[in-house]
Structure formats: C-alpha cells, structure tokens
Design a protein around this ligand. Structure first.
Ligand code: MLT
Length: 411
C-alpha cells in the first residue's frame, strides 16, 4: 500500500496566495463588470529592463547556433553571473564573498523552502510572526513541527517570535533555545526593518547557541534609510552563522523570468548528532548537483545584464517607481486615519484594520465594496490578526485609483 507523507495533513487549508486567488476569481466570476485592483500578492507590474530583454534575445540567438549553443550549465550557476553578484552585490558593501559561495537558482521561494533538506529534522525552528508562509509550511512538510493547535493558531514545536506594533516590529530573542532562525528584512509582510545593532543581536545569539540564521534579503533594494543593513554579512561574524537568500524578482521584475541566488559561506558549519562539524556549503552543493540542473543560460544572461551601467539605471528607475507607489499608499491611508507601518524601506504597507473587522473580514469588505484585493494579516500568522498588507507593486494608475476608492469608502 502506497502511503503519503502525513506531515502534509498537518498543513492548514491551501497556500495563502492560492486561497486569495480563488476567492478573487469567484468574486470576479460573480461580478464580471467590476474592475478589481490587485494589491495582494507581491507581483511586479513593470516590464523587465530593456537591457535584460536585449540579453535574452542575444542569448537566444546563441542557443540557435551550433557553435554557441549550450546544454547543461553548471548546477551552481555560470561564473559570469556569480562573479558579478560577488562584485556588485557584496564587494560594494565591503563584504568578501567568493563566487563558489553563491548558488544561482530559480527563486528565493524554492531556496528558502528547499534549504531545510540539509538540516536535521529534530532542529527547533524559530519564525517571526507574521511570516512569509513558505518558511513555516516547508518545515511542516518536513516534519519539523508538531500538530497545528487551533486554540492559539500555532504549530507545536515552533518558536513564534511576535512582531507587532507593541514591540515596534523588533522580534525578541527566543526564551527557549532554537536552532534554525528565519529572518526576513526588510520584512515581508510588515515592511519593517532591523537596524545593524538589532541584527547583530541575532548573529551573537546564533554564535552562542550554535544556531543558524536563514536570512531572506529579497527586498534589500527597497531600503531608503541609512544604517539599515542590506546584507546580514554586514554584521561581523555573520558568515559563520548565516545563509542569505536574494532574488531578482522584485529588484528587476523577474517574477516571471525566475532567477535568484543563495549565499552559503564556506565558514558555515553545522554538526552531526555526534558533534562533528560539517560544511554547509558542501552539503548544499551536493543537494543542488543532485536535484537541480541549474537556471537556463538565457535567464542567467538576463540577470547578468542587470549589473551593466544601463541595467543598474533601469532597475533603479523601476524600484523608485514602486517606492513612490508605497509612499502614495502610506500617505493616502494615513490621511484617512489608518495606522500604517512599513512602506519606507520595503514595497509592503502593513496597516491596522478598523477595530470592527478581523483581517479576513476586512479582506472581504475591501473586495466587495471597493474591489481592492490585499492580503489579510492573519494569513501570515496569528500575530497578523488585526493587520492587512497592501503591496506597492501595482501600476501607478491602479495605486492612485485604489487610494481614491478607499478615500470614498465607508469605514
Ligand atoms: C508575497 O506576496 O509575499 C510574495 O510575492 C510572495 C513571493 O515572493 O513568493
């Protein structure tokens, strides 16, 4: 008899963004005349930079010629891209990352989800709450959590680090010892950030407790304020305790192109149950070589083009466009009396929902009355209750129109 991985049965409903997509599709079907504005999932709306498009065309031409065609590439990514990443994303911050510490992939979602495979299932995980659901769900699938407790909406065996307005969205160090700590800053979903000194506390904790930090830096390009770390490796000693995930999705409009990378420093070690040190770089390399055949050559050429002078200008223009959207949303909501967080160093705006609604009720209310889609805070975890997320990745027209609709909406 074929059996299943029963950990999947512990998962709650469907994946958050699929649930939302289904609800929206149903509403649209019932109200075909309504112009829905989607500010829910953080998907970009501007096209990829022209220079990336040119690189794609050129690489496609190469693939069409016998002399320049390429088959399987290196599983870790082509050197031409890894070298650029090391030089432009890290050297510029004064951080020395060797190209062999960089693993190019098809997305930070996959990498943050897959990375758990190289860690023991008895590790205790800590997640901020609210959190990007992939970190938690993939640990549920792996069996690293207990059952879901409907009383507190938490999985057993998981340390939830509440981040909310009461603690200024700064997670406290866990009271109980943990092994795998997921941090995402600038944060998805709250749009808030940690200063260098706050982040340094986590690096210190990880060192003292032989723990590892899984640092998702997918939104670093949206940082506008000084003193906010763009990489965890800006903190001294972080290379000994942290894996960093980066993505071209939000930075260069690659949500549909698919390219990201993960940095696994050579210094990074974890232990066998007998206490023997093992290099995580080697383990991840082994995992990738076995299960992944690399990102398409064409895609990697597109990613490389981002680092050209023209590419840098074009992505900065796009990022500025979304930052301006974030400002429009933030200021528009504040004017209407909402309490708003994030949106200054991140493309996400996290607002407090009016007291009479739960966050899912507010989702329904916005969808039904003004036809705007956002994401209910509770979809990201129990501490998200009472909050709601809007993204700045919509078009300018839709962003302005959404604020106009909210202004005229009965609260
Ligand atoms: C989000 O809306 O949280 C993101 O778009 C999800 C993702 O990047 O996978």
């Amino acid at each position: 008899m074929i059996t299943i991985n029963e950990n999947y049965l512990k998962l709650q409903d469907s994946y958050l963004f699929s649930t939302i997509a289904k609800k929206v599709a149903k509403f649209q079907e019932e109200h075909p005349d309504k112009q829905i504005i989607k500010l829910g999932i953080g998907d970009v709306t501007l096209p990829i930079p022209e220079t990336c498009g040119d690189a794609i065309k050129k690489a496609t031409d190469e693939m069409l010629q016998k002399e320049t065609f390429r088959g399987y590439g290196p599983e870790q990514g082509y050197d031409f891209l890894r070298e650029k990443i090391a030089k432009y994303d890290y050297e510029t911050l004064g951080i020395n990352i060797d190209k062999n510490e960089i693993f190019v992939s098809d997305g930070a979602k996959c990498d943050t989800g897959n990375i758990g495979e190289i860690f023991g299932n008895d590790n205790i995980i800590a997640i901020t709450d609210p959190v990007y659901p992939v970190y938690l769900d993939t640990n549920v699938m792996a069996g690293r959590t207990g059952e879901y407790n409907k009383q507190n909406n938490q999985y057993e065996n998981v340390v939830y680090l509440a981040t909310n307005s009461e603690n200024n969205f700064i997670p406290e160090l866990p009271k109980k010892r943990v092994d795998m700590i997921y941090l995402c800053f600038p944060n998805n979903p709250t749009g808030t950030v940690l200063t260098k000194s706050e982040l340094a506390k986590w690096v210190k904790y990880a060192k003292e407790n032989k723990a590892i930090i899984l640092f998702d830096g997918a939104y670093e390009a949206f940082i506008t304020e000084e003193g906010i770390p763009h990489s965890i490796y800006e903190i001294e000693g972080a290379k000994e305790v942290a894996i960093e995930f980066r993505s071209f999705s939000k930075t260069a409009g690659f949500t549909g192109v698919r390219c990201a990378y993960t940095v696994v420093p050579k210094e990074l070690k974890a232990y066998t149950s007998g206490g023997k040190e093992v290099s995580l770089n080697s383990l991840w390399n082994r995992r990738q070589c076995t299960k992944f055949n690399g990102v398409p050559y064409i895609t990697q050429r597109a990613a490389e083009a981002i680092y050209s002078e023209k590419g840098q200008k074009q992505i900065k223009d796009n990022i500025r466009y979304y930052q301006e959207n974030a400002k429009i949303i933030r200021e528009g909501l504040e004017k209407e009396g909402y309490t708003v967080f994030g949106g200054k160093n991140a493309p996400y705006i996290w607002l407090k929902v009016p007291k009479k609604y739960t966050s899912w009720e507010f989702f329904d209310y916005l969808l039904e009355t003004v036809n705007i889609v956002g994401t209910p805070g509770t979809g990201f975890g129990p501490s998200g209750e009472g909050y709601f997320r809007l993204t700045a990745f919509g078009s300018r027209e839709n962003t302005i129109e959404a604020m106009e609709r909210i202004r005229n909406m009965k609260k």
